[in-house]
Ligand binder design. Structure first.
Ligand code: HEM
Ligand code: CA
Length: 658
């Protein structure tokens, strides 16, 4: 019988193979006479079975599958990362899932039925291109000729620092703030902060791993040289080694759930979630101050209790005033939704109210991101394509994980729209205060003084944003995290150095990945980078292949109405495509467990950031395009009043009882 099966296996199109015919011709011989043939067949058969089994296992854990999707951005498959699957082989936790559950888990596990940890917090950023380290493992990339790359600060000084274009943007500052809010939803790279002042320690005690990438400041630096500073502190990012998963080359872990699910509000694991919930009425814990609702305060050990930090789903909530404002806004919005849902469903438990409100808020964040934010970032024509607005179908072969190239490279290009200053505007639309963005970092308590919250919000809404351009504002380029009003660090130097720290591929490789021609010489960059910048690049880098990704990406002239150049656009689009199609709970994907009803979806699709602002602040009239700067006048025809326009109907959530 067994031989018969083998026979069938080797029959092609109904014809027997020569080997088998031969055996049939001689079937009078004793069995042992066929020993060698049987052995060969057995071996071939075993190899086939093993190959088949390996390919099944490979398919099951193959986190490179997303690139095979027909819409994936990747045009050149020769350059795909090979190492993404290592984590899944070696360190992936085993989780048990109930796929009929209507709600996301807090850490994002159990989204994909075949790969339940895809996109969950504490799993790696995927790489679109293999890591680039000089030793192939962890040492920062060097030039093609083996020499060190130019210092990140030297690049900033020679290429970007003095290029400030002061033309006001047609978008307002709120656009930038939404970008940072979404960035923190999908990406959180832990930094190896161990209290060392790396620049000092480097001189006195040698170099720890965390400190081995401090940034050299040129002696003729136009800013730092005045203070005789020649070293910028910088610590390397944590790696999977810090998460008990030693991998080579270095692999970096995303502490946030990779999905756009509001994890920066709620937390990316059960512990944080439980610390933020009030466990009554589905609400989050909040503090009432001066009749306004704010985030709870963290148990930050400060000698001055008035200088608290906020507790939220993401520790970066305190980084700058704009992001702190958004955390309060969404805390208030969550609690508002929970309150409204309770009115419709008085019998719902705290758990049900919390989960339904969280689901509602997560859906709105996705809706705003895809319909209001991305069309401006990527350009309206570009976002019309079905990559971003598809057929509402979930595709389980698409990996939704945040890519290293997106997080450390392409999306950071938008640091170029951070304005130097925020305006505080009162209810009469008079500017009452102008604040440097770098002066109010890590001091969210300032938001709670007087009417600062509403005034900053009015300022973000009605102040023009910084025009997208190949430079960062001078304050964020010199004074970030300053403690004494004198000198701080440089965000652009950090971004360049972080790219090297995390082994990002150089710019030319990213061009290739995105289907742009590979530049064989600096002159070939002329298709997309202005000639003056190409000359400067030539003085800095010894080869066109050495240019850092973010440097090339920042210099690219955006096409049409996009805010970013082609290469970053391609990487940003890749992420948001995968984040939509590869998220089983994406708000308008059909077929998800407990998907929104038709009426509910209609309401969700009608809600914009405008509604959220109206329900959570004293701002009482808003421009029709929320991210556009409009005239402040009360009677501007470009504005709608909150009381007329922005009611949210929660009736479709009323549960029908028979
Ligand atoms: C005032 C506004 C902002 C400030 C002060 C700020 C500051 C920072 C800082 C200090 C880092 C970490 C740098 C490092 O050590 O590597 C960072 C990371 C990042 N920023 Fe911003 N940023 C702002 C706005 C934005 C905006 C508008 C975007 C995008 C639209 C953005 C996207 C990102 C991303 C994707 C990361 C990496 C996050 C991670 O994986 O940890 N940021 N930002
Ligand atoms: Ca998330």
């Amino acid at each position: 019988m067994v031989n018969d099966i083998v026979l069938e296996t080797w029959t092609k199109n109904g014809e027997r193979t020569g080997l088998i015919r031969h055996r049939n011709d001689e079937d009078t011989k004793p069995l042992h006479a066929y020993r060698s043939q049987i052995l060969v067949i057995f071996m071939i058969f075993s190899v086939l079975i093993i190959t088949f089994l390996l390919s099944v296992i490979d398919f099951w854990i193959d986190d490179d599958q997303f690139v095979q999707s027909q819409h994936a951005i990747v045009k050149n498959k020769d350059h795909l990362a090979m190492k993404n699957r290592e984590y899944f082989y070696q360190c992936a936790p085993i989780v048990s899932c109930d796929y009929s559950d209507k709600y996301r888990t807090s850490n994002g596990t159990c989204n994909n039925p075949n790969n339940p940890i895809w996109g969950s917090s504490n799993t790696p950023f995927i790489r679109l291109v293999d890591a680039h380290y000089s030793d192939g493992i962890s040492k920062l990339r060097t030039s093609s000729d083996g020499e060190p790359l130019p210092s990140a600060r030297e690049i900033q000084v020679k290429l970007f620092l003095n290029k400030q274009i002061r033309i006001p943007d047609k978008n307002n500052q709120l656009l930038m703030q939404w970008g940072q809010f979404v960035a923190h939803d999908v990406s959180n790279l832990a930094i190896d902060i161990n209290g060392e002042d790396c620049c000092t320690y480097k001189n006195e005690l040698g170099v720890s791993r965390a400190c081995e990438a401090t940034i050299k400041i040129p002696i003729d630096d136009p800013v730092y040289s005045k203070y005789n500073i020649t070293c910028m502190r910088f610590t390397r990012a944590m790696t999977s080694n810090n998460y008990s998963c030693p991998l080579q080359p270095l692999t970096f872990i995303d502490d946030a759930s990779h999905f756009i699910d509001g994890s920066q509000i709620y937390g990316s694991n059960d512990y944080v979630v439980s610390k933020l919930r009030s466990f009554t009425g589905g609400t989050l814990i909040s503090v009432l101050d001066n009749n306004q609702e704010f985030c709870p305060r963290s148990s930050f050990n400060s000698s001055d209790t008035n200088k608290y930090l906020y507790n939220s789903g993401d520790s970066r909530a305190n980084l700058n005033l704009g992001i702190a404002l958004f955390h309060n806004m969404f805390l208030r919005f969550h609690n508002y939704v929970a309150f409204k849902l309770k009115i419709e469903n008085s019998l719902w438990s705290d758990e049900k109210l919390y989960q339904e409100s969280r689901r509602f808020v997560g859906a709105i964040i996705q809706h705003i991101t895809y319909t209001q934010f991305l069309p401006i970032i990527l350009g309206k024509n570009y976002t019309k394509d079905e990559v971003l607005y598809g057929n509402n179908k979930y595709d389980p072969t698409v990996n939704p994980s945040t890519s290293q190239e997106f997080s450390t490279g392409a999306f950071r290009v938008l640091h170029n729209i951070i304005p130097a200053q925020h305006r505080f505007i009162d209810s009469n639309y008079t500017t009452v205060q102008i604040v440097n963005v770098t002066d109010w970092m890590n001091c969210p308590y300032l938001l709670q003084q007087g009417s600062n919250y509403d005034q900053l919000l009015r300022g973000l809404l009605s102040t023009e944003g910084r025009l997208s351009q190949p430079s960062y504002n001078p304050l964020i380029s010199n004074l970030m995290f300053h403690s004494n009003n004198l000198i701080g660090v440089d965000l652009l130097s950090y971004d360049i150095q972080r790219g090297r720290d995390t082994g990002l591929p150089p710019y030319n490789k990213m061009r290739q990945l995105c289907g742009l021609p590979v530049a064989k010489s600096f002159d070939d960059l002329i298709d997309i980078i202005p000639i003056d910048d190409i000359y400067k690049l030539e003085t800095l880098y010894s080869s066109v292949d050495d240019i850092d990704f973010i440097v090339g990406a920042l210099l690219e002239t955006p096409e049409n109405d996009a805010l970013v150049g082609n290469t970053s656009r391609c990487i940003i689009r890749d992420f948001f495509y995968r984040s939509r199609v590869g998220d089983r709970f994406f708000y308008d994907n059909n077929g998800q467990s407990g998907q929104f009803s038709k009426n509910q979806l209609e309401i969700i699709k009608s809600i914009n950031l405008d509604h959220i602002i109206c329900t959570t602040s004293s701002v009482d009239n808003l421009q029709k395009n929320i991210f556009t700067k409009v005239d402040n006048g009360w009677y501007s025809p470009m504005k709608w009043s909150c009381s007329e326009k922005y009611m949210i109907d929660f009736k479709p959530w009323k549960e029908q009882y028979d």
